[in-house]
Design a protein around this ligand. Structure first.
Ligand code: NAP
Length: 252
């Protein structure tokens, strides 16, 4: 075998790593041997404890990704703290729920800024470093089932995640020859803050659960295998995919 899932010696920058899927991904990458740089606006203590328990080096960078202001600083600080960035996981994201007929410009812009605009420009900034030293790397975008489906009452979220699937393919095409693998993971319905409103609505919650062939909501740890795989040399010839991790939802 010429490939490995071992990430020892690699540094992974994970946005929105304080909670939810970002935390699950950071811990999985740490368990596979990567040093973690957790980027976000909230306290990272819990993620730090979990990553250190896995034996990984851990650093955090405070940044609010609702604007592009911190992008260059994130890359500089991460490189100073942990050396080269080998893996970037664009996980930070928000959702706003309202009927399309009354959806506001603010709810459109806020979601697009975090989910799509900052994701693109952070990817650009990190890719510049990966290209400059000619060692390539891995970029993993956290997409959604709304990269494939329409959904209801989340117009800017669906637009951002559908856009992110397209952006994943474009960046894969531009950067594959530079040794950078750009791929995405599309989580199904996971138990995190993002889905709290859905889980608190008994009707929507049981409708969703009834459609998941696996018969349960996802746990953040369920994303770990896909993240480690796409971050590893086992995925060196994989470019531009959007990999569903959804308990079979899309197969239905
Ligand atoms: P979550 O618990 O709400 O986590 C979202 C993360 O993004 C948090 O760490 C949050 O930080 C961070 N974030 C939001 N706005 C930010 C900003 N302006 N600057 C920096 N960080 C910011 O929800 P989640 O489910 O884990 O979501 C993670 C990703 O998975 C998102 O991209 C989401 O769209 C995607 N996703 C989730 C599901 C699901 O079922 N849960 C399904 C498909 C896709 P704070 O805690 O500080 O707000």
């Amino acid at each position: 075998m010429t490939f490995s899932f071992d990430l020892t010696g690699k540094t992974a920058l994970v946005t929105g790593a304080n909670t939810g899927l970002g935390q699950g991904i950071a811990v999985a990458l740490a368990q596979a041997g990567a040093a973690i740089v957790a980027v976000g606006r909230s306290n990272m203590d819990e993620t730090e404890r979990l990553c250190r328990e896995a034996g990984a080096a851990f650093h955090s960078v405070q940044a609010d990704l609702s604007s592009l202001d911190p992008i260059e600083r994130i890359v500089t600080e991460a490189s100073t703290l942990s050396g080269r960035i080998d893996i970037l996981v664009n996980n930070a994201g928000i959702i706003r729920r309202a009927d399309a007929i009354e959806f506001t410009e603010k709810d459109w812009d806020d979601v697009m800024n975090v989910n799509l605009k900052s994701t693109f420009f952070l990817s650009q900034a990190v890719a510049r470093t990966m290209i400059a030293d000619e060692r390539g790397g891995k970029i993993i975008n956290i997409a959604s089932l709304l990269s494939f489906q329409g959904g209801i009452r989340i117009p800017s979220y669906t637009a951002s995640k559908s856009g992110l699937a397209g952006l994943t393919r474009l960046l894969a095409c531009e950067w594959a020859s530079k040794g950078i693998n750009v791929n995405a993971i599309a989580p199904g319905y996971f138990v995190t803050n993002n889905t709290e409103a859905l889980r608190n609505d008994p009707k929507r919650s049981s409708e969703i659960l009834g459609r998941i062939p696996a018969g349960r909501w996802g746990d953040p740890a369920d994303l770990g295998g896909a993240a480690v795989f796409l971050a590893s040399t086992a995925a060196d010839y994989i470019h531009g995919i959007v990999l569903p991790v959804d308990g079979g939802w899309l197969a239905r």
